[in-house]
Design a protein around this ligand. Structure first.
Ligand SMILES: [Zn+2]
Length: 87
């Protein structure tokens, strides 16, 4: 059985949407660091099926969740900009 953290999927989608406005590096290392940092500040939401995933996606994309997600991503981007781990 496959377990998915939908918060992770949503954070990756949202980062793709807003990365141009963040002014940060877009390399794989920095993107992974931004996602990790943001996910540590957000509540995980686990689902076990693709159907559940689609359902939770709709359910969790409330305006408050989106605000929290954006805030976490912006803060993460600032942190990674100051301390990039890429070469
Ligand atoms: Zn980078």
């Amino acid at each position: 059985m496959k377990i998915v953290n939908v918060t992770e999927s949503l954070a990756e989608q949202k980062l793709d949407e807003i990365i141009d406005s963040l002014g940060c590096c877009k390399c794989d290392q920095c993107r992974a660091d931004i996602i990790s940092y943001a996910l540590n500040r957000l509540s995980p939401k686990y689902v076990s099926t693709d159907i559940g995933r689609a359902y939770v996606k709709l359910d969790t994309m409330s305006s408050q969740f989106e605000v929290d997600l954006l805030a976490a991503l912006y803060e993460a981007a600032e942190k990674v900009k100051k301390n990039p781990r890429h070469h």
